[in-house]
Design a protein around this ligand. Sequence first.
Ligand code: PHE
Length: 338
Amino acid sequence: MKEKIGTLLDDVKAFKAENIEQLEAFRIKYLSKKGVIAALFADFRNVVPEHRKEIGLMMNGLKTAVQDKIVSLKESLENITETAVKADLSLPASAPLGTRHPLSIVRNDIIDIFSRIGFTVSEGPEIEDDFHNFSALNFPADHPARDMQDTFFIEKDPDIALRTHTSSVQVRVMENSNPPIRTISPGRVFRNEAISARAHCIFHQVEGLYVDTDVSFADLKQTLYYFAKELFGEHTKTRFRPSYFPFTEPSAEMDISCNICGGKGCNICKYTGWVEILGCGMVDPNVLDACAIDSIKYTGFAFGMGVERITMLKYQINDLRLFFENDVRFLEQFKSTI
Ligand code: PHE
C-alpha cells in the first residue's frame, strides 16, 4: 500500500492540465466519492495497526497534494484565459501614438498662417533646369551670383541641377497662370555645403509670391509683419535691412526681435536682440517679363525662408543635424495638433 500511495503521489505531482476540463477530470478521479482517495480510505480498514499511523499520514499527504495541485493549476489556467482576453485582436489598439517631425509641424504652421490670408500652396520638381532655377530669376549667365547658392549640377548636363531654392516653383506658377497670383511653395532644396551644426546640404524652404496690380513694399511689410506675430507671438517686433537678391529689387532681409530673450540680448541673437528669419523684396520686372507677365501693369513681392532655421528658433534647437538623424528620443518631444 505504501508503494501504491508513493506512485499516486508522483502521478499527482507530475500532473499538468491544459484546460479547465482536464483539471475537473483530475479532481473527479481523485476526490469524488468513488475516486482514488475514497478507495484508499476504504482499504485503510485492512491495514495492520502497526502501519496505520504511517500510512494514514501518507494518505493525508496525498489528499493535500491533490488539493494543492488543483488550486495552483486553477490559478494558472485562469491567468492564461486572462492573457488570451488581453490579446483579443478586436480590442481597440493601445500602441503609443507617433509624433510629427518638428520640421513638418513648423512647415504646417507656416502654411496655415499664409492660407488664412489667401495664399495657395504650389509644388514643383526637385530636379530643375537652369531656366527655372536661375535664368528666369534674373541670374545672368556665368554671373558670380550663381555661386551664392553652391549648386549640385548633374555631371552629364550642366543645364540640369538640384533646385537650390523653391523660387523655381514660383517661376512655373507665373508661367502657367495669370495675376492675381498669391502662392507659397514649401519644399526640399539642395546646396553643396559641408554638414555642420548650422548648415546642411539638404534643407527645407517656404517661399512666397504675390503678383497683382499695385502691389507695394507696404503690402510686403504688412504681410510679413502679420506672419511673424502669428508664428512667434503678439509681442514680436520686425525690422527690415537692405540686402541683395538677383530676382528682387529692392531686396531686404527681415529680422524679428529675439524670441528667446525678448530683445534684451542673449547668445542666440549674439546679444543684438534681433534674429534674421527671411529674405524678401519686390519682384524684379525682368523676372515678370521672363515669365510672360506684363511688368508695366503688374508688380509683386516675394519672400523666402528656411524651415530649419525657424524651427531652431522656435524650439531652441542648437544643432541642425538633429533634424536628419531621426533619433526617437529627440522626435518624441514634439507634439502637435496640426
Ligand atoms: N530664394 C532666396 C533664397 O533661397 C530667398 C528669397 C526669396 C529672397 C524671395 C527674396 C525673395 O535664399
